[in-house]
Design a protein around this ligand. Structure first.
Ligand SMILES: *[C@@H]1O[C@H](CO)[C@@H](O)[C@H](O)[C@H]1NC(C)=O
Ligand SMILES: *[C@@H]1O[C@H](CO)[C@@H](O)[C@H](O)[C@H]1NC(C)=O
Ligand SMILES: *[C@@H]1O[C@H](CO)[C@@H](O)[C@H](O)[C@H]1NC(C)=O
Ligand SMILES: *[C@@H]1O[C@H](CO)[C@@H](O)[C@H](O)[C@H]1NC(C)=O
Ligand SMILES: *[C@@H]1O[C@H](CO)[C@@H](O)[C@H](O)[C@H]1NC(C)=O
Ligand SMILES: *[C@@H]1O[C@H](CO)[C@@H](O)[C@H](O)[C@H]1NC(C)=O
Ligand SMILES: *[C@@H]1O[C@H](CO)[C@@H](O)[C@H](O)[C@H]1NC(C)=O
Length: 408
């Protein structure tokens, strides 16, 4: 009887899945604040990379943590340059709206979250050992389009819910996972977080049901040393990684926006009309779908250390209203901008926009000059990709790098 019930549940979960072109399930797990070169030397991470693809040119978007999380589901960080409480108005859509077009299930799992949809800034561990769950590591909660909708709010759950969903084979098709402030390395060390990560992921990699058509992205939110370009270690793992690619490197330019474009590409989703459009799709997926990524000419000018101007920037001189999405973009899903986005921003369809679909990266410069600031143009189809001169940038790279550790 028990066997029959379990079989029925498993079948139901699988039947509800919307098949993707390269994977049926995407799980992303986020660790905190480490430079590429340091993580690259950790033996636990090296062991894990043998099971997957190491992305050697994956960049965080800015500092500190919170904007990186927010960008990964909304396609911009809106100038955010801090970790405190923020709210983004309801007319800004996210990945959730894209998923709703095909009833693709999703959840966020946050270790130590006191209860589903908890909206506070954080919670303290019961044993008094420090911060546990923090809002700044939750990409969804600051979007009113999620937090003001009870159905969506209920999808923000804890690691205990993850465990029971794995056991019952009822995992959603997309999950963002943030370990607590100790396990993610924020308040501990690189080694502590790497130990946790290996012990957490290894049993999952051995679980056939979990692995089936699953792509796992293990990533850091940002690097630790500010003046360095924001390069981080990211690994693609799971059953969706072909055996012959295990232990290989992929040096395509990626950012957290590549999560959005990869999901759009995999499921043929519409787009948000923001920086999701033009971001490179993970090669393991692009190779299957025939999507053509841009050569990584941007790498030369990447800095991504300071936030550009925007509506969430604390510096009043750097305030700008929320940009209108570019309603004319076609994304990696082969579709236009989501209907809800079009409806919400109809009155702004004549506004200038920084989103041109080119995939170029933007940052806040070095504190004085800002050559990579977003450029506002008339809305229109995707701009063609132009190359950045690399002589100036290699000179910038050779500049002596001051080491300044951070704690955001
Ligand atoms: C962890 O980090 C937070 C924020 O940086 C800090 O307030 C807290 O005291 C730290 N320590 C512990 C043990 O949680
Ligand atoms: C609330 O969320 C559900 C599930 O995502 C969605 O179907 C519904 O349209 C949302 N309601 C509003 C008012 O946005
Ligand atoms: C990580 O694991 C190794 C081997 O089990 C152990 O020696 C080390 O103390 C652990 N490091 C931390 C920071 O927990
Ligand atoms: C992959 O990149 C890492 C980090 O740069 C390097 O140490 C390693 O040798 C590379 N491996 C392969 C197979 O090229
Ligand atoms: C994608 O295809 C290119 C060109 O055939 C190949 O060089 C690359 O290794 C492939 N990468 C992945 C991750 O499949
Ligand atoms: C989006 O919402 C914000 C906050 O309510 C509002 O100020 C702005 O005018 C809205 N944008 C459009 C195009 O309606
Ligand atoms: C990147 O920006 C930071 C400002 O946070 C600056 O200190 C650093 O020199 C810049 N790095 C490069 C390579 O331009």
């Amino acid at each position: 009887m028990r066997f029959l019930l379990l079989t029925a549940a498993a079948t139901a979960a699988t039947a509800a899945y919307v098949p993707g072109k390269a994977f049926d399930r995407f799980i992303t797990i986020w660790l905190e604040n480490q430079d590429f070169d340091k993580v690259d030397k950790n033996s636990r991470i090296a062991d894990l990379s043998k099971e997957g693809i190491l992305l050697t040119e994956y960049y965080g978007l800015t500092h500190p943590s919170q904007p990186n999380y927010i960008a990964s589901v909304g396609g911009d960080y809106f100038g955010l340059d801090h970790d405190s409480f923020v709210q983004i108005p309801e007319n800004v859509s996210t990945l959730v709206d894209l998923f709703d077009t095909q009833d693709i299930s999703w959840k966020g799992y946050f270790e130590g979250l006191p209860g589903p949809g908890f909206m506070g800034e954080g919670s303290t561990a019961f044993d008094g050992s420090g911060w546990d769950y923090v809002r700044k590591h939750n990409p969804f909660i600051s979007y009113d389009s999620v937090s003001k909708n009870g159905t969506r709010l209920a999808n923000l759950q804890s690691f205990r819910d993850f465990e029971s969903d794995v056991k019952a084979n009822t995992l959603p098709q997309y999950a963002h996972m943030s370990p607590d402030m100790l396990n993610d390395g924020h308040n501990t060390t690189l080694e502590y977080a790497a130990n946790w990560t290996q012990s957490f992921i290894t049993p999952l990699l051995a679980n056939e049901q979990f692995m089936d058509k699953t792509l796992v992205l293990l990533t850091y939110d940002e690097s630790a040393t500010y003046p360095l370009p924001n390069r981080i270690i990211s690994l693609l793992l799971g059953g969706a990684v072909p055996t012959e690619l295990k232990g290989t490197n992929d040096s395509t330019l990626y950012t957290h926006y590549s999560i959005l474009s990869t999901l759009e590409n995999n499921w043929g989703l519409p787009n948000l009309g923001r920086y999701d459009v033009g971001a490179n799709v993970f090669d393991v997926v692009a190779n299957k779908t025939g999507y053509v990524n841009h050569a990584p000419e941007d790498i030369a000018s990447v800095n991504n250390s300071l936030s550009y101007a925007g509506f969430l920037n604390l510096d009043p001189k750097l305030y700008k209203p929320i940009p209108a999405p570019n309603l004319q973009l076609i994304g990696a899903g082969g579709k236009g901008v989501h209907e809800t986005v079009k409806a919400n921003w109809k009155t702004a369809s004549g506004d200038m926009t920084p989103y041109d679909g080119s995939g170029h990266l933007h940052d806040g410069g070095d504190g004085t000059a800002d050559p990579n600031a977003p450029v506002y143009k008339a809305q229109g189809p995707a701009a063609s990709v132009t190359s950045t001169p690399s002589s100036t940038s290699s000179a910038r790279r050779r500049r002596r790098v001051r080491s300044r550790e951070r704690v955001g």
